[in-house]
Design a protein around this ligand. Structure first.
Ligand SMILES: C[S@@+](CC[C@H](N)C(=O)[O-])C[C@H]1O[C@@H](n2cnc3c(N)ncnc32)[C@H](O)[C@@H]1O
Length: 313
C-alpha cells in the first residue's frame, strides 16, 4: 500500500483512459503517484506520463518511488492552470489522455500543514509552500464581509455571517494562529455547534482551503486547456470531492460538448458553442462497495470522463 496516498477509483480511471504503449498522458495532480504508476504500468514499455504537482513533498516522494520508470515519467512543479506552458517547456504539443484527481492528498492532511482541525497545528493550508497567502493571513486580514462571502460560497455554510463575525472579533483581539483556535471559534459561532454529525468547522475549513489555494478558478481554467491539448480520440478523466468542484467539471464538460450558454431570449446562438468532446459518463462514477469499505476517502469521490472528438471545421 502507498503510505502517501491511496488512489481512488483507480480501476475506473484505467478503464476510461485505457492507456496504450507508446502514448503520452498528462496527470495534473501527481500526489503520491498512485494513478501515474498505474498508467505507466499499463502503457509499458514506452508510454510516458507528464505529471504536475504544486507541492514539493509530492514531487520529491513520487520521483523517488517511481524512479524505476526512468525518463518515461516527466515531472513538473507548478499549478495545473499552467498546463499548456508545462507541456510546451517539455516539447509536447498534445497528449493522449488527461487526469485530474482534485483536492488534497492524504499526506497533506496527515502532516502538520494546517489542513486538519483534528489536531492543533499552524494555520497554513498552502499546497505550494512558496505561495505567500496562508489561512492565517486570510482569517486575520480579510474584512468580515469578505470572510462571510468566502465561507458562504466555498463552504456552503448557512451561518457564514455569524462565523465571519466571530472570526473577525477574535482576530481583532489576538491573531488566530492555529487550527485548534479557529475550529473552537467556528464551533461556538454555529448555533447548536456540538450536536451535528459533521463537525461545524468542516465547512469553514473547506472554504479557507479553497481560498488559500485558489482551487476553483484553477480547475475552471485548467479544464478548458486540458481539452485543448487532448488529441482527437483522447480521454479526459476528472475526480472531484465536493459539490462545488463537481459542478465546475459538469459545466465545463457541458460547454465543451457544445451546450449553448446564450440567454434564452436571444434567437440565434452567439456564444460560439462548439462540440469538441463527447461525454462518456452521463452521471458521475462513484466508488463500489469494496472500495468504500477499503478507503473512506473514496466516499465523496466523483469521476467524470469525456472523449475529444475530431476537430470540426
Ligand atoms: C488527491 S491528490 C492526488 C493523488 C494522486 N492521484 C495519487 O494517486 O497519489 C491531489 C494532488 O494535487 C495537487 N494539486 C491540487 N491542486 C493543484 C493545482 N492547482 N496545481 C497543481 N497541483 C495541484 C495537490 O498538491 C495534491 O498533491
Amino acid at each position: 500500500m502507498n503510505p502517501y496516498h491511496k488512489p481512488v477509483l483507480a480501476e475506473e480511471v484505467l478503464t476510461y483512459l485505457s492507456p496504450e504503449d507508446g502514448k503520452t498522458y498528462l496527470d495534473c495532480t501527481l500526489g503520491g503517484g498512485g494513478h501515474t504508476e498505474l498508467i505507466l504500468e499499463a502503457s509499458s514499455p514506452h508510454g510516458r506520463v507528464v505529471a504536475i504537482d504544486r507541492d514539493d513533498d509530492a514531487l520529491d516522494y513520487s520521483r523517488k518511488r517511481l524512479a524505476r520508470f526512468g525518463d518515461r515519467l516527466i515531472t513538473a512543479k507548478g499549478n495545473f492552470r499552467d498546463l499548456k506552458k508545462v507541456l510546451a517547456e517539455k516539447g509536447i504539443s498534445a497528449v493522449d489522455g488527461v487526469l485530474f484527481d482534485l483536492g488534497v492528498s492524504s499526506h497533506q492532511l496527515d502532516t502538520p500543514r494546517g489542513f486538519s482541525f483534528l489536531r492543533d497545528e499552524p494555520l497554513d493550508m498552502r499546497m505550494n509552500r512558496d505561495d505567500e497567502k496562508t489561512a492565517a493571513n486570510v482569517v486575520n486580514n480579510y474584512s468580515r464581509e469578505h470572510l462571510a462571502e468566502i465561507i458562504r460560497t466555498y463552504g456552503e455554510e448557512r451561518f457564514a455571517g455569524r462565523v465571519a463575525r466571530a472570526i473577525s472579533e477574535a482576530a481583532a483581539k489576538k491573531p488566530i494562529e492555529t487550527t485548534g483556535e479557529l475550529a473552537d471559534i467556528v464551533r461556538k459561532a454555529v448555533p447548536g455547534g456540538g450536536k451535528y454529525a459533521i463537525d461545524p468547522a468542516t465547512r469553514t475549513f473547506q472554504a479557507l482551503r479553497i481560498e488559500v489555494n485558489d482551487e476553483l478558478s484553477s480547475a475552471e481554467a485548467a479544464l478548458e486547456d486540458a481539452v485543448d491539448v487532448l488529441k482527437p480520440g483522447g480521454v479526459i478523466c476528472v475526480i472531484s470531492f465536493h459539490s462545488l468542484e463537481d459542478r465546475i467539471v459538469k459545466n465545463a464538460f457541458a460547454r465543451k460538448a457544445g451546450k449553448c450558454t446564450c440567454p434564452p431570449r436571444i434567437p440565434v446562438c452567439v456564444c460560439g458553442a462548439r462540440k469538441t468532446i463527447e461525454i462518456l459518463t452521463k452521471k458521475p462514477v462513484t466508488a463500489g462497495p469494496e472500495e468504500l469499505g477499503d478507503n473512506p476517502r473514496s466516499r465523496s469521490a466523483k469521476l467524470r470522463c469525456a472523449r475529444k472528438i475530431s476537430e470540426q471545421p
